[in-house]
Design a protein around this ligand. Structure first.
Ligand SMILES: [Cu+2]
Length: 228
């Protein structure tokens, strides 16, 4: 009786050990799952943080989602009078290199607009300030030589979030790729930056898949060539 017990004890032992490891694995998996959920929560909060970029300057600007990266371009155009009501700048936030000339171009929509710099210090003079214009094709230009963050707004439509930012040299904000035809397209196009990125990723995946197929065909052809 007693002699048969040790093998019985030994046999279950590895099984229990395995069960313990499995249980630990499950707990670890659950912990990892919680960690992922927490990370997702933080990412969600990050979206809010992005809206708080530039001191929340663009928090009521409906076509703002992140800063469009226009570094490497010597000239950038921003639409004045974009969006459904013609009372937005598009793109609302851009990152440019020092020395870049930004041209604001009036769309003719949404009545008269200005491009008015909001200095960081209350007593500072605006670095740039356009006249109020309304006609399509009107422009205003400013060349940003100094690094820094330039917040600006439209005098008549500041209260409806017609505001923008030109970040020169660097930004703490999230960056998105410029949309095709940015500037002339209006507010609708400014909101599609992230979707365009996703589309590009899908396209890149499709191209990668296509390249893989081509390689597979080529290697199959090589094998056929070796066989003959
Ligand atoms: Cu305006």
């Amino acid at each position: 009786m007693g002699e048969s017990t040790p093998p019985t004890d030994r046999e279950p032992a590895p099984v229990e050990g395995t069960d313990d490891e499995t249980a630990r694995g499950r707990r670890g998996f659950i912990r990892a799952g919680v960690g992922t959920a927490v990370a997702a929560g933080i990412a969600g909060a990050g979206g809010t943080a992005a809206a708080q970029a530039y001191g929340g300057w663009l928090s009521d600007t409906s076509n703002y989602e992140a800063t469009q990266d226009h570094t490497g371009e010597s000239a950038v155009t921003v639409a004045v009078g974009a969006g459904e009501n013609g009372q937005l700048f598009a793109p609302p936030a851009i990152l440019v290199d020092p020395g870049t000339t930004v041209t604001w171009e009036w769309t003719g929509e949404g009545s008269g607009h200005t491009v008015t710099h909001e200095p960081t210090a209350d007593d500072a003079e605006p670095a740039f300030e356009s006249d109020q214009k309304e006609a399509a094709g009107e422009t205003f230009q400013y060349t940003f030589e100094a690094e820094g963050t330039f917040r600006y707004f439209c005098e008549p439509h500041r209260s409806v979030g017609m505001k923008g930012v030109v970040a020169v040299g660097s930004t703490d904000d999230d960056l998105i790729e410029p949309t095709a035809g940015a500037g002339g397209g209006g507010g609708a196009s400014a909101g599609s930056g992230l979707r365009s990125g996703a589309d590009l990723a899908v396209l890149a995946g499709a191209v990668g898949l296509g390249a893989g197929l081509v390689l597979a065909v080529l290697s199959a052809t090589d094998r056929l060539g070796d066989a003959t």
